[in-house]
Design a protein around this ligand. Sequence first.
Ligand SMILES: [Zn+2]
Ligand SMILES: [Zn+2]
Length: 327
Amino acid sequence: MGRCGPDPARPRTGRESSARVADDRHRCQPTDRKRPAAAAVAAAKYLAAKLSRGIPALAGEPIPLPAGVLKAALGELCDRLAEGGAGQTAIHIREAIENGSLEAGSLLTASLARDQAAIRAGATHRGLSADLVWLVAELAVCPVAFALQRTLVFDSRHEVLQNAVGQWSHGYCAACGSWPALAEVVNGHRTLRCSFCAAAWELTTYACVYCGQSGDGFVTAAPDAERKDRRVELCASCGSYLKTVDLPAISPFPLLSIADLETMDLDMAAMEHGYARPRSRTSSQFEGRGGLHPDRFEVLPRFLLDVFVQAVAVRIHRHNGGKILHR
Ligand SMILES: [Zn+2]
Ligand SMILES: [Zn+2]
């Protein structure tokens, strides 16, 4: 593997009507209208406080999922995977979901919580491929995760939350806690891309995203000396790697998983040298790092109801498109 020294990427330092109304119900409308706004402000402050403690915004939250829509997506994904070569392995998963042996709601909730251990145990117990069950659930629920991270976190219009996101200095995603799939370097800016919700963020330091190592044990290498635009960051301290590619623009959400697949040769090169991508922590593991606000079950889910209208709309749009991924 050809070592090419320090990566050229440079870190960026961080950042009513006048008509009369006759009954009490109508007179109460202005007050009712204020509640969603107040809930949104409370949710933003609450999420900012979590981020300031290094806890991803969605970690540990009892987020309701549109299970009916997503269950249909699970079946469709199994069919596509079966057609694509997974065969009976994928068909068995579809059958388990349809006959209720594998409960779709629990599976999707575990996926959103990034609880790989629970999904693997459940799949193995039912004689199903754990890797394929994880993949199917992740593909089905990731559009919701994408809508949540955009609406709730990264595109928030609340300054307190914008500031908290701008100051996020961890290698894991500020929304869902997953590690990045890869780093996309555009005009010298090294942007980490979440492997689950497709969030995009930059760090103020150039170091291992997993352990923070920035010394001699952290190097950037190009497996193909002729393609120095495609690299891997290797860390001797934690034995992990991160793929890094130069691009004219960062990949849009539906295409990010394809970008991950397109760079599989970089995964192979790193793994051949003994490096690995660490497994993401589950929501509960983050919750264990300092605890959460005691009002979490009242503040955020109420606000989330509005957000889920958008999340479901995203999923239905894609479902109606008849494609698993836009191209
Ligand atoms: Zn994420
Ligand atoms: Zn490391």
